[in-house]
Design a binder for this molecule. Structure first.
Ligand SMILES: Cc1cc2nc3c(=O)[nH]c(=O)nc-3n(C[C@H](O)[C@H](O)[C@H](O)COP(=O)(O)OP(=O)(O)OC[C@H]3O[C@@H](n4cnc5c(N)ncnc54)[C@H](O)[C@@H]3O)c2cc1C
Length: 477
């Protein structure tokens, strides 16, 4: 079934200057984000360059004379760069607002994941090269050298434990392994990466003279660690705890939207101060029996009004299923708001919103938050049946209020065809372009199952949309 909501008559007089002001603000915001992104990237490259400079300043060039010293020299360089990038990884996952608002939380995490294997390879190379290099110097084979290091050299036993922990963290994060683990188990193992960083730290100061007492190199290296660990403690622990206590959020209403789908409204103090926007998500913890140990990410399903926050959740497992039993009055703690799936991320003055199933939640909130001119928004909703188009009436009303075009495609996908469309829409020759004729000059926001989202992105790219025009919220990590 395909239906279209009525268009409102254009209010042309109001549009002119407001639209051009908004277009200028969008351009300015986008350029500022690009500049911030360039600056943050430069800082990362610069930190790697400094790691190399530390090696050279410590007489690094003198290592490149014979095989023993070349091996040792490369071992030191890989250790320095690997440790530097390990801190970059932790900072990317620290949910620092400047990073989140520049790249978006999901892109920061994607980069964090991408760095995982190279960092592990660098650290392993560091360990193996030094076992070989020092081994040659002492006339020992690499294994005997490793045993000697562990037994006789200060802080080396815990450095080896740190490497073991890092291997465990990276292996459990490989997609193929991760799929077999529960989220909670993976999360606890992942916390070991902090232990790995701390255990590896002492040997960096006690082995060799590069970071000897009183050198500027020692101060710089310590500042890197203190800064990174402080950022993690502040943004992942102190800010969420303080914010939860300050806003004293409690469940005020639980509404069943459809079988297995509930909307939970929460009220608290001074919620304006959170500066949350429709489209963003929080990590929520409900202080009800059996729920205290779970924290789950859910997007806002309504743009915050300063007094309340609302989420809409589909029962997809043991954690989300428990929300069906939530009682008003339950205390809620949270981390966030996170994410760049917002109107602020828009780079044009038109938008196409595409949502499937429970993916409607950030789309509905974002539509409510957006200040698009009439006729500049198109909303496309997908569901396997009409019941699967959640928050339908609210979304319809919003489309009418904002004079947005609304297309609803229900039914399963056609067999044997790689498409995100319903069989009916596909059979009628519909496409992203026929459903949203202005798509090429619009921003595209997509939220739905990841493989389905990838198909929408594929079609958008075939139409020539650039990466910066495409915003996808993925409901899995
Ligand atoms: C940014 C974001 C926004 C989301 N917004 C919504 C929303 O508005 N409405 C909604 O219904 N769902 C949303 N989800 C999905 C929701 O978080 C998961 O369905 C829920 O956490 C599943 O947990 P479970 O214990 O019920 O299921 P499980 O059976 O334990 O897990 C099902 C899947 O969810 C993943 N998962 C489990 N726990 C977590 C967790 N704490 N953090 C991240 N992933 C986890 C697992 O890896 C698995 O792939 C969102 C997810 C993300 C990442």
């Amino acid at each position: 079934m395909i239906s279209t909501a009525p268009y409102r008559t254009p209010q042309a007089a109001r549009r002119g200057s407001a639209t051009s002001e908004r277009a200028t603000a969008i351009k300015r915001g986008y350029k500022a984000r690009l500049r911030r992104g360039d600056l943050l990237e430069t800082i990362v490259y610069f930190s790697v360059a400094i790691a190399l400079a530390l090696f050279l300043a410590d007489g690094g060039a003198t290592y490149f004379i014979n095989i023993k010293d070349v091996t040792t020299g490369l071992g030191i360089v890989t250790g320095l760069i690997g440790s530097d990038l390990l801190l970059v990884m932790l900072v990317l996952a620290a949910r620092i607002p400047a990073i989140d608002r520049t790249f978006g939380h999901d892109k920061a995490l994607a980069l964090h994941r991408k760095l995982g294997k190279p960092v592990l390879y660098l650290i392993l190379a560091h360990m193996l090269l030094l076992m070989i290099g020092y081994g040659i110097a002492q006339g020992l084979n690499p294994i005997a050298e490793a045993i000697d290091m562990i037994a006789n050299q200060q802080d080396m036993s815990i450095a080896f434990i740190a490497t073991g922990l890092l291997i465990l963290v990276v292996v459990t994060s490989l997609v193929i392994v991760r799929k077999k683990l529960s989220y909670e188990f993976w999360y606890v193992v992942h916390l070991l990466s902090y232990a790995a960083v701390l255990l590896a730290l002492p040997h960096q100061f006690t082995q060799g003279m590069m970071f000897a007492d009183g050198t500027w190199a020692r101060w710089y290296w310590m500042a890197l660690y203190v800064g990174s660990l402080a950022a993690i403690t502040i943004f992942r622990v102190i800010v969420p705890v303080a914010s939860s206590l300050r806003h004293d959020l409690r469940v005020s209403e639980v509404v069943v939207e459809a079988p297995g789908v509930v909307s939970v409204t929460m009220r608290g103090r001074g919620l304006d101060a959170l500066r949350a926007q429709g489209g963003q998500f929080f990590q929520w913890r409900f202080w009800a029996p059996n729920m205290r140990l779970d924290a789950h990410p859910y997007s806002l399903s309504a743009h915050p009004d300063g007094r309340s926050l609302r989420i809409t959740v589909r029962d997809l497992g043991k954690g989300s299923g428990k929300l069906l039993t939530l009682k008003p009055g339950t205390r809620v703690s949270f981390e966030g708001p996170y994410g760049l799936f917002t109107d602020e991320a828009r780079t044009t003055n038109k938008a196409v919103f595409v949502g499937a199933g429970i993916g409607i939640t950030p789309i509905r909130a974002l539509l409510e938050a957006s200040d698009l001119a009439p006729h500049e928004a198109t909303v496309i909703l997908r569901g396997s049946d009409a019941e699967d188009v959640y928050l339908w009436q609210e979304t319809y009303d919003l489309c009418v209020e904002k004079s947005a075009s609304l297309r609803v495609l229900v039914g399963h996908r056609p067999r044997g065809v790689h498409t995100w469309l319903s069989a009916e829409a596909y059979g009628q020759g519909e496409s992203l372009l026929t459903l949203a004729p202005k798509i090429k000059e619009s921003d595209l926001y997509i939220c739905g199952p990841t493989p389905w989202t990838e198909l929408v992105i594929r079609d958008a790219k075939r139409l020539g949309l650039k990466d910066h025009q495409i915003h996808a919220e993925r409901f899995d990590f």
